[in-house]
Design a protein around this ligand. Structure first.
Ligand code: HMG
Length: 422
């Protein structure tokens, strides 16, 4: 069957029928087909389209994350070795220095209704200003329950962007992620604007959530940064230098921010939030003055290192897929986080802890020393080590000067030869 033939209407089939067709088309053996089936779930089929199976990722926790005087255990879901170790490492160093301070700002999401083909921009802007209250009422009437909870569309912002005018609705979505609420409100406003002779290009949430900025900061004692070879002050100075580099060089800034998002994305996934939304907002914010820069900054102040991180963090604790997955609910029990504000503060603190551990490693031993040791288990698995061989192979890899796939393969082969000779 050609791809055209079997893929047409594929979404109308059951997961079992889809697996069977894929099995035939891609010559999957029985074990592969069983793997797909074994990991499938009814919930997965209800969540995504063309569903065939669940793809699972490891979950771990960062413990002892001290934010605003409260100690959190925060679940993290990530496939990369050393991320969770680094999170714990950074969290511990900051906790021993007094913890993170996170501000609590009122937060809102932005719904954009964009107009085009505007004959007289000034007149249109005046008209929009005159109809501000009507537009807010239309937005709120489209989703009345949000206003009943104390939230809803609160403010209108009008921006002229090139030949377009963006009517931004600032919407308080209370404890929710709120994307659907915002889109419903924006579309209702778009409908009204179209009916009143405007040409609407689009009506949609903006992921550049500048009205949901979260700032966290911390002070780290020099003693918490020292290594056996380097004083804490020298390490602090190197961290401050790396921070400055990330402000001036986008090549370094992208990696610096990846180190922050290692923790943030992992916690977002574990909390059932939309990590793509936070990623895109974070990267837009990193470029807010026209150059892409590091999201966090570190500097020496008196006798300690001070770190600060600000980024849009429009997370929710209800809505989306949060209430659907049992494991997500359980994760909230582990973290004891009850509100969206608290979640934003704790996840952003984790991002700064993650960043501290990564750049401290860069400033001291280099990343490979700690990171690669923790990679050895994945390396062992990737060269075919069985469960009963992994520990021994990891130990032997740790004794090598140079480690790569070939070295791992050779050691595994030798181990197997030795065990058959015994
Ligand atoms: P270390 O200092 O050798 O660890 O760090 P330690 O054995 O001295 O232990 C100190 C603490 O670290 C422990 O305290 C734990 O909190 C934590 P304890 O529990 O003993 O009281 N810790 C661990 N937690 C869980 N599991 C572990 C573990 N080991 C230590 N196995 C470490 C070793 C790897 C943590 C450190 O070298 C590190 O943080 N490295 C950075 C690793 C990293 O960032 N990995 C992400 C991949 S690299 C990347 O994607 C981003 C990057 O490019 C970003 C950038 O360039 O900015 C680096």
């Amino acid at each position: 069957m050609s791809n055209e033939q079997w893929s047409h209407g594929f979404y109308k089939l059951t997961p079992a029928q889809r697996r069977q067709i894929l099995g035939e088309q891609y010559h999957l053996n029985i074990a592969d087909q069983e793997l797909l089936e074994k990991n499938s779930s009814a919930l997965g089929n209800d969540l995504v389209e063309n569903y065939i199976t669940d793809y699972s990722l490891p979950e771990g926790v960062v413990t002892g994350l001290l934010v605003n005087g409260k100690t959190y255990t925060l679940p993290m879901v990530v496939e990369e070795p050393s991320v969770i170790a680094a999170a714990n490492n950074g969290a511990q160093r900051v906790a021993r220095s007094g913890g993170f301070i996170a501000d609590h700002q009122p937060r809102a999401l932005v719904g954009q209704v964009v107009l085009d083909q505007i004959k007289d921009p000034q007149r249109t802007i005046e008209w929009l200003k005159d109809h501000q209250n009507d537009l807010l009422k239309i937005a709120n009437d489209a989703h009345p329950s949000m206003q009943k909870r104390g939230g809803g569309a609160k403010q209108l912002r009008i921006r002229q962007v090139g030949r377009f005018i963006s009517v931004d609705l600032l919407i308080d979505v209370c404890q929710a992620m709120g994307a659907n609420t915002v889109n419903t409100m924006a579309e209702a406003v778009a409908h009204y604007l179209s009916e009143n002779g405007n040409n609407v290009v689009t009506a949609i949430l903006s992921n550049y959530a500048t009205e949901s900025l979260q700032t966290v900061s911390c002070q780290v004692n020099f003693a918490q940064l020292a290594t056996k070879q380097m004083s804490g002050e020298v390490v602090a100075q190197r961290i401050a230098d790396l921070s400055e580099l990330a402000q001036v060089d986008p090549y370094r800034a992208a990696t610096h921010n990846k180190g922050i998002m290692n923790g943030i994305d992992a916690a977002l996934i574990a909390s059932g939030n939309d990590w793509r939304a936070i990623e895109s907002g974070a990267n837009a914010y990193a470029s807010r003055d026209g150059q892409y820069r590091g999201l966090s900054t570190w500097q020496i102040v008196d006798d300690h290192l001070e770190g600060q991180l600000t980024l849009p963090m429009p997370v929710g604790v209800v809505g989306g897929s949060i209430g659907l997955k049992k494991l997500t609910k359980l994760n909230y029990q582990l973290s004891s986080i009850k509100t969206a504000q608290e979640l934003a503060a704790v996840i952003t603190s984790l991002g700064l802890a993650q960043n501290l551990a990564a750049i401290r490693a860069l400033a001291t031993t280099g990343i490979q020393a700690g990171h690669m040791k923790l990679q050895y288990r994945s390396l062992a698995i990737s060269v075919g080590a069985q469960q009963n061989e992994i520990d021994q192979l990891v130990k032997k890899l740790g004794q090598q000067q140079h480690v790569d796939q070939n070295v791992a393969k050779e050691i595994l082969a030798t181990m197997r030869k030795e065990s058959t000779n015994e």
